[in-house]
Write a protein that binds this ligand. Structure first.
Ligand code: NAD
Length: 360
């Protein structure tokens, strides 16, 4: 147990809840990292972790990431995340998600859950039977539905401002963008980019997805291992994490890395610095891909409105503009500039709260 407290202290967590339900077989961890800006919000991941420590570590790491993502996006919400230990292909049941929903409810709103890897809208509907502290419900239920179009919209805005900074251009006509992964986000991103005249180079392990985009948007297909070294202006990872690593980083020919994948850099510090040295402008992943959480946020605070969501997502352009400028001024990586932006906002708001409490 002492080890877990050390980990909480290392990451700066407020609370970690271990949830167990014998009947449904639920084993879950809810990690609340920081609630200074508001209740914690972050998805529920279902994954067959090798052991319990791995599950706790993932919950701690991901919930801290949500604090930074939500703060930088200008949302009045803190960071949290939950994980269920299990195989999403065979261990799901109504009882499992309802039991989880009861644990979420017991926290009285300190944690709001949503979809993540291994969970989907149908699972959220089951959780909703037990608690109101759940977001990411289908549109027919009054929810925000699939967040991917908004994630793609934010990524597109991020690419525009990165191109302005690095290529000194206000338009995307003829700009070569290599999109890795043509799933939910990659598909919409290609649509946005093609509309503005960008040249698309694409890859996916799913050949049907590649064929569809090649046909629809006149894209050029390349192999999954060739995407890194392909001649392009922008590399947009929209498939997996850790794609910028010791093996790939020297093969990059792009001048910008800007895509939707989470945790794109295998080692945030080391690979962030190498990109900087190579003069490749990196749009920090949790800033550029925050369109999805913005969508979930408005639903969570009962103010869902597509127009409002879309306007807030467009602001990712301004946030990245600020990050690119401040990283240049301070001669730090864009990652460091992004972290500073989030930390400054949390510290400033925490100052206001202290002032209020002291004068109450
Ligand atoms: P998705 O599963 O719909 O699509 C991923 C695509 O990548 C699939 O088409 C898959 O076949 C392809 N792929 C897998 N391995 C590949 C490889 N080695 N090379 C090329 N393609 C490969 O996922 P998504 O919802 O589109 O999300 C994409 C990324 O963006 C993920 O990293 C996700 O965590 C992140 N993200 C998504 C959202 C969202 O709203 N969906 C929000 C924030 C971050």
């Amino acid at each position: 147990m002492v080890e877990f407290f050390n980990q909480m202290s290392k990451y700066g967590h407020e609370q970690v809840v271990f949830c167990h339900d014998k009947t449904s077989g639920l084993k879950a961890v809810i990690a609340i990292h920081n609630t200074i800006l508001g209740p914690s919000l972050g998805g529920l991941r279902m994954w067959p972790y090798k052991n319990e420590s791995e599950a706790v570590e993932d919950a701690l790491r991901l919930s801290k990431g949500m604090t930074y993502k939500n703060a930088a996006a200008g949302l009045n919400i803190g960071g949290g995340k939950a994980v269920i230990i299990g195989d999403s292909k065979k261990d799901k049941s109504e009882a499992l998600f309802r039991a989880f929903g009861q644990f979420v409810d017991s926290l009285g709103g300190r944690y709001i859950t949503a979809e993540d890897v291994g969970t989907c809208v149908e699972d959220m509907e089951m959780i909703k039977l037990e608690t109101d502290y759940v977001s990411g419900l289908p549109e027919k239920e009054g929810g925000g539905g699939d967040p991917s179009p908004y994630t793609a919209q934010g990524t597109f805005e991020g690419i525009k401002i990165a191109v302005k900074h690095r290529l000194k251009r206000d338009d995307l006509k003829g700009v070569k963008v290599a999109v890795q992964g043509l799933g939910h986000v990659g598909y919409y991103l290609c649509k946005y980019l093609s509309k503005k005249g960008a040249e698309l180079i694409v890859c996916d392990i799913d050949e049907d997805r590649v064929k569809k985009i090649v046909k629809k948007y006149n894209a050029t297909a390349v192999g999954i291992n060739d995407i890194y070294g392909v001649n392009c202006d922008v590399f947009a990872p929209c498939a997996l994490g850790a794609v910028i690593n010791d093996e790939t980083i020297d093969t990059l020919t792009c001048s910008i890395v800007a895509g939707a994948s989470n945790n794109q850099l295998l080692d945030e510090i080391k690979h962030g610095e190498i990109l900087k040295k190579k003069n490749i402008l990196y749009a920090p992943d949790y800033i550029i891909n925050s369109g999805g959480v913005i969508n979930v946020y408005y639903e969570a605070i009962n103010q869902y409105n597509k127009d409002k969501v879309s306007k807030k997502v467009d602001k990712i352009y301004n946030t990245l503009d600020e990050i690119f400028k401040s990283s240049k001024e301070a001669n730090i990586t864009t990652n460091e500039a992004a972290a500073k932006l989030s930390e400054d906002r949390i510290n400033n708001i925490s100052g206001i709260h202290n002032f209020y409490r002291k004068n109450k």
